[in-house]
Design a protein around this ligand. Structure first.
Ligand code: NDP
Length: 420
């Protein structure tokens, strides 16, 4: 018997919620809460029409406001809170979970909405100098909750999407079953899907464009090496997708893996992009449309990237028109029983099959399924451990089994082509 409060009802949340409904041994009751409650009501109606056995209620919540969150949590009394709103709300939701002593799960690490806020900015600039990477997000804000979560006896599971999330579980699984020592990890995220628009993003445009337009970086010999955006390009032939251009990005799981697996000498992350996406992004950036700093427009303050988000297609609406497949996974090199070894673990997911099953495209699907899995493992007690952890810090086996069971089967290739 488990009662879950889900915060957010966008593209990822809608998959996570529908997958929780399929796993009704663990999730028996759910409250869907978001800023726009009509999205929660529509999903509740869809699930009820399908005869979903989970008891569903809905609520309006402002997840930027700890008091509002605490009020809702106290009223609903959930066993866990799944945050599938935006990274901006991570800390307010963690604070509310702490106050109410309820387990917390999310899919993306904290970044502030306002990157000009002076206190945050000063800490950010210090961190850029000390750590050597300039992304707006880092784990320090959430790792700072470790002792408070331990004292409260609650679990915080951070970043249980696909990347981060599944990719980090792949690392733990490779280490447990295939390697005595892992030396390098290349995380490859390929989206071979086509939605027919000249330009659209597959998840929240603001978060996506902030990530992709930032400097790249990778982890080597215990420190960060930073690159210009899209400076490092490789071409890779992906199973079931074909040959694609991919570019090195900074990505959040590198930070946790670098800390938790000090034996790994190099960790890189590559994502595929088509030329049209890159041309549009560069043009938007050149004219200032990706800026997160407010400007005054005809007497009203607007943030350019938020205005752009309003113009772009809602990622949750891309499902019916996206065709093709994603292929996301990790290539490892290392040593087993004194011999050098390579390994590739990956999942291939088809956009149209996701649409047929749940009405969403594969990016929301590949994030929402692991969000459900991580939540189920915390709620069932298998991944319950007071403190704040990423997915590579638990036993990977039950997670890997659930990926197969809930629509994201994975493949192990013991002779992969490596990335140079
Ligand atoms: P969407 O923009 O589609 O959905 C966000 C949802 O959160 C919306 O329902 C929105 O409400 C709600 N929301 C936003 N602000 C608030 C607030 N202050 N109070 C209450 N609700 C709020 O985003 P996605 O579904 O694309 O992404 C969700 C999360 O998943 C993000 O954190 C993203 O970074 C993460 N992600 C993780 C990936 C991974 O592999 N780890 C991959 C892709 C995404 P409204 O409807 O009113 O806008």
């Amino acid at each position: 018997m488990g009662r879950l409060l889900v915060i957010g009802c966008g593209g990822v949340a809608q998959v996570a919620i529908q997958k929780c409904a399929q796993n009704n041994k663990v999730f028996t009751e759910m409250c869907l809460a978001s800023r726009t409650v009509s999205k929660c009501d529509a999903l509740k109606e869809k699930l009820e029409k399908q005869g979903c056995p989970v008891k569903i209620t809905t609520a309006t919540v402002n997840a930027d406001d700890v008091k509002d969150l605490v009020k809702l949590i106290k009223e609903y009394q959930p066993d866990a809170v799944l945050n599938v709103a935006l990274p901006y709300q991570d800390l307010t939701i963690m604070d509310a979970c702490l106050e109410c002593k309820v387990d917390y799960i999310d899919t993306a690490n904290y970044e502030p909405e306002d990157t000009d806020e002076p206190v945050w900015r000063a800490a950010y600039e210090k961190r850029c100098k000390e750590k050597g990477f300039t992304a707006y997000f880092d784990y320090s804000y959430q790792w700072a909750y470790m002792d408070k979560f331990k004292e409260a006896g609650i679990t915080g599971l951070l970043g249980t999407g696909f990347d981060p999330g599944v990719t980090s579980v792949f690392v733990a699984y490779a280490k447990k079953h295939y390697f005595d020592e892992i030396h390098t990890v290349d995380i490859l995220d390929c989206n071979g899907g086509d939605h027919g628009y000249a330009f659209a993003t597959n998840f929240n445009p603001e978060i996506n464009l902030r990530e992709v337009s930032a400097n790249g970086s990778y982890w080597e010999d215990g420190h960060w090496v930073e690159t210009k955006p899209m400076e490092i390009k490789r071409v890779y032939d992906f199973d079931k997708v074909g040959q694609k251009d991919m570019y090195l990005l900074h990505h959040e799981e590198i930070e946790a893996l670098g800390r938790n697996f000090p034996e790994i000498k190099r960790i890189r992350f590559f994502m595929t992009f088509g030329q049209s996406y890159l041309d549009h992004m560069r043009c938007l950036e050149d004219v200032g449309m990706l800026s997160t700093s407010p400007i005054n427009f005809e007497g009203k303050e607007i943030v350019p990237i938020q205005f752009l988000k309003a113009l772009l297609p809602d990622p949750a609406s891309l499902g019916p028109r996206t065709v093709g497949k994603t292929n996301i996974g990790c290539i490892f090199t290392g040593v087993k029983d004194g011999k050098e070894k390579t390994l590739y673990i990956y999942n291939v997911c088809d956009h149209q099959e996701c649409y047929k099953e749940l009405g969403s495209q594969a990016i929301s699907y590949t994030t929402g399924v692991p969000a459900m899995i991580g939540t189920a493992l915390v709620m069932s007690g298998q991944w319950k451990k007071p403190g704040v952890y990423t997915t590579d810090e638990f036993d990977p086996d039950p997670y890997m089994e659930m990926l197969n069971e809930f629509g994201l089967p994975w493949v192990v290739d013991e002779n992969p082509v490596l990335v140079d």
